[in-house]
Design a protein around this ligand. Sequence first.
Ligand SMILES: Nc1ncnc2c1ncn2[C@@H]1O[C@H](C[S@+](CC[C@H]([NH3+])C(=O)[O-])CC(=O)[O-])[C@@H](O)[C@H]1O
Length: 329
Amino acid sequence: MIEFGNFYAQIAKKSLASWLEVLPKQLKVWRDEQAHGLLPNWEKVLAKLPDQSGAKIDLTNGVTIEAKEGLAEGQIRKVENLLRSYHPWRKGPYRIFDFDIDTEWRSDWKWDRLAQHISPLKYRQVLDVGCGNGYHMWRMLGADAEFVVGIDPSSLFLAQFEAIRQLAGNPQNIHLLPLGIEQLPPLQAFDTVFSMGVLYHRRSPIEHIFQLKDQLVHGGELILETLVVEGNKDTVLTPQGRYAKMNNVWFLPSVDLLALWLEKCGLEQVRCVDVTVTSVQEQRRTQWMTNESLEQFLDPNDPSRTIEGLPAPKRAVMIARKPSANDDD
Ligand SMILES: Nc1ncnc2c1ncn2[C@@H]1O[C@H](C[S@+](CC[C@H]([NH3+])C(=O)[O-])CC(=O)[O-])[C@@H](O)[C@H]1O
């Protein structure tokens, strides 16, 4: 049988090369848009963080960064205060030197729910779409991924990520680009693509799944996590107004319908590995995120409902594979 593997590898490389031509322009447009926002201030904060090159980091059970020898107590408190200026911290937690960034979300719980089910990340090139401040990207690196790229259009999350990266000694195999998924051409370059907490924010979930598939190499793995509702293949909830006070929520399918969408988009070996109702222990107000959180988004008399009377947040983790190049696609 004729093997077309190299041919496809060439396509993947070409798509990367043409992207690298447009990427600097995309990043410049983004930077120009931020010029009158808070990014310049956040960059000043970054410049005040200590040089931690060669710092010890431990990514096995969480994200822990050790202070370099000689960093005085006063400097540590200064770092803590500088990091506090990046409020609100949503995704984490991070252990920095002798203090914890106790974030709104216990993002480690989500990681623990899915890590055992995904293909080992060792030697893999990974893309995390809607990565927030990059918490899960560090965990991916801790699972031995070769190279991790995250995309997220939020400038605050980029600043938080860069702060953590700087304190971790600026490792070169983890990067966050301030882009939306719609700005990525079909790169066909990543062995594993994560999209967690993004699909319900997209106006077209089917388009989103195709965009994710287009980032994968043939045979690559997609991990898709999103809000779901009870029901069968015919069930999808489109909130008329807000959902849990969020005004940008479009489609909450049942797990069966989500699986059908993935299959219809040409993915295979589709399976649901976890469904969890979000608890007020997993998403809550903390010292590092003092705004409203899940407790305020739920009906105080019936926590199984949102404040709008809709089913309370429940999230599913789906795993699927993009067919091999020589499979019928
Ligand atoms: N067009 C877009 N393209 C890419 N990202 C986007 C886009 N629009 C918004 N985002 C980003 O998608 C992220 C959604 S949060 C999930 C974080 C992490 N993944 C988590 O699983 O904890 C939702 C949640 O709280 O779960 C935000 O950081 C947005 O800036």
